[in-house]
Design a protein. Structure first.
Length: 85
């Protein structure tokens, strides 16, 4: 997905999710234009953005365990978000 489309997909119905996802995309997420940050998961970010706001809020804000296919990316986003929260 192109960078501007990813930025648009990071805009959610909850300000908290907007801030966390946009900051992660800008500073950590791998994109076509930028190599993955050391230790960052290289897959599933685009797929994660297809999840509902309720699912993302549960996984990223309340600590509900994410499904197995999203555990690595969710944990990386949580760790990254700790620096901005």
């Amino acid at each position: 997905m192109e960078q501007h489309r990813l930025q648009w997909a990071c805009r959610r119905g909850m300000l908290e999710l907007d801030l966390i996802l946009k900051d992660y995309l800008d500073n950590r997420a791998p994109t076509r234009d930028r190599a993955p940050t050391r230790g960052a998961p290289t897959d599933n970010f685009e797929e994660l953005l297809g999840c509902t706001d309720a699912e993302l809020a549960d996984w990223l804000l309340t600590g509900v365990a994410a499904p197995e296919n999203f555990k690595q990316i969710v944990n990386d986003i949580r760790k990254h978000a700790n620096r901005i929260i």
